[in-house]
Design a protein around this ligand. Structure first.
Ligand SMILES: Cc1cc2nc3c(=O)[nH]c(=O)nc-3n(C[C@H](O)[C@H](O)[C@H](O)COP(=O)(O)OP(=O)(O)OC[C@H]3O[C@@H](n4cnc5c(N)ncnc54)[C@H](O)[C@@H]3O)c2cc1C
Length: 470
């Protein structure tokens, strides 16, 4: 297998720039010379780093190393909105994939993961701007108003109430603008500066004895004689277990690609404007998203910026991954317009940064874990579907347990599965996805203007398999 497309990432996100400017960090130089490991992790994002750290903590004598083709955080982990969410909004989907008891356990584990992340941040002593201020799942037009009803009702029937239904006045008073018509509040969600979290995890992993080699792309691997040989430029790593934590890059494998759709998400950041945020009461670090399919997600930063993103962007043909393509925010002007539409009082505040990243949507919008091919030595986790900052901690536990061949709750997780839904092959996937996305845009634009979308657009939009919530 040959993996050869490594173009350095440009432009880096605001978060990555801040993390790179945050002072010197320990070197993680490119690998020179062959290595022997017990576990090799490919990918220095949140999933890969949590996996390596869990392994080092569970079995300190084990030799574990991470290879990262760029620098840690160069993928989605350093580009995301920084919402550390739970799986409660996906509860309806969870119950389709597993028993109600398992769905409850899985959703509770995702809430616990956010708490554990907070504990990690406190214990580790690095300021990663972890703000447990909750999430507002809101409506910005009348068609979005009932979006949460099914989940809230279903959970109430089971005695669970992670969401509090709010009046419009409450929504607006929390810092959402007058454009918001209603919403529910989930207290178990936090925001974080994601690249600082990566930096902190990288430091903790190194301190725990994990080797990290940046600018070291895996070129391919072969399994032979009870080991896996991982090829990197100029060297080979011989390892007993291999964890592939390369997220959207996993789409290169047909076994995964048939269940995975890679879509761009575009983000912009405003200049600091603390007084504008104070004026509308958006001061707690609250994360907000609306309920459209091409979701808008927004939050504030410690400096008083607004970071505003829009999901459901470009589709990669054959889900191909080219860093420079994916890093450029194609819909920058549209996202800026949406920010200003949602927050008219920010209209004259300059936009200082824009970036983009690839999101790994699974066909059923929940991650899936397993073994690649026939081998029991090669493990992967993918399909976070825009909700991976919190769940990557769970991914780390599952992948650690698989690689260490443990018999525990994580090795028996219902997330170790093959999604039931298969996506169409190319070129139908790209062409169909492009048509469906265009219909979604028209439908949601009509709904923003409180117009009825055309029935054709509604039908086409209904074919979209990706979902951020629900
Ligand atoms: C714009 C954007 C916004 C998002 N917003 C949110 C959000 O607000 N909340 C949320 O929960 N989730 C969000 N997500 C998703 C979230 O960022 C991820 O699910 C999460 O960070 C987990 O990422 P990861 O570690 O699995 O993958 P990544 O961070 O992508 O890490 C994979 C790493 O593998 C490396 N790599 C790839 N190929 C190779 C190779 N051959 N050899 C070596 N290394 C390789 C890459 O360089 C990369 O660093 C967002 C994603 C994007 C792109």
């Amino acid at each position: 297998m040959n993996e050869s497309k490594y173009v350095s990432l440009a432009p880096r996100s605001l978060w990555m720039r801040q993390a790179l400017d945050a002072g010197p960090q320990a070197d993680a130089p490119a690998l020179r010379g062959d290595q022997k490991l017990d576990v090799c992790v490919v990918g220095g994002g949140l999933s890969g780093l949590w996996s390596a750290l869990h392994i080092a903590r569970l079995e300190p004598s084990i030799r574990v190393g991470v290879v990262e083709s760029d620098i840690c955080g160069a993928g989605a982990s350093g580009a995301n909105g920084g919402f550390a969410m739970t799986w409660w909004p996906k509860f309806a989907t969870l119950t389709k994939l597993m028993s109600t008891d398992d769905a409850l356990r899985t959703a509770r584990a995702s809430e616990e993961a956010v708490r554990e992340m907070g504990e990690f941040c406190r214990a580790n002593g690095d300021d990663v701007e972890f703000a447990p201020a909750g999430w507002l799942w809101s409506a910005t037009n009348t068609s979005q108003l009932a979006s949460w009803d099914d989940v809230v009702t279903k959970l109430a029937s089971l005695g669970e109430s992670p969401f509090r239904v709010l009046t419009r006045e409450e929504v607006v008073s929390m810092g959402a603008s007058e454009r918001h018509l209603g919403g529910v509040f989930e207290a178990g969600v936090a925001t974080v500066q994601p690249a600082l979290l990566v930096r902190s995890l990288r430091r903790a992993a190194l301190a725990a004895g994990v080797s990290i080699w940046e600018e070291t792309p895996m070129l391919g691997y072969e399994e032979s004689s009870g080991a896996v040989k991982v090829r990197v430029p100029g060297a080979t790593i011989t390892t007993s277990q291999l964890i592939l934590a390369t997220n959207a890059w996993l789409a290169r494998y047909a076994q995964i690609r048939r269940h995975l759709l890679v879509l761009g998400s575009d983000v912009v950041a405003s200049a600091p404007a603390r007084e504008r945020l104070d004026a509308i009461g958006w001061t707690s670090g609250l994360a907000i998203s609306d309920s459209r399919r091409l979701v808008h997600y927004y939050r504030t930063t410690n400096e008083g910026r607004v970071v505003f993103g829009k999901g459901g962007g470009r589709i990669g043909f054959r889900s191909s991954m080219n860093r420079s393509t994916w890093a450029t925010a194609l819909r920058g002007p549209e996202v800026i317009e949406q920010l200003r539409r949602t927050y008219p009082t920010m209209s004259d505040v300059p936009i200082t940064n824009r970036w983009s990243g690839a999101v790994d949507y699974s066909a059923d919008s929940m991650p899936f874990f397993g073994h690649l091919g026939e081998s029991r030595r090669i493990h992967f986790g993918v399909g976070f579907s825009g909700n991976g900052v919190g769940p990557s901690l769970i991914a780390g536990k599952i992948l650690a347990s698989l690689a260490l061949e443990r018999d525990d709750e994580w090795a028996r997780s219902p997330m170790i599965r093959t999604p039931g839904t298969r996506l169409p092959a190319e070129p139908f996937r790209f062409v169909g996805g492009t048509v469906v996305r265009a219909a979604l845009r028209r439908k949601e634009a009509a709904q923003d203007q409180e117009r009825k979308p055309s029935s054709l657009d509604v039908r086409l939009a209904g074919l979209d398999p990706t979902s951020f919530v629900g």
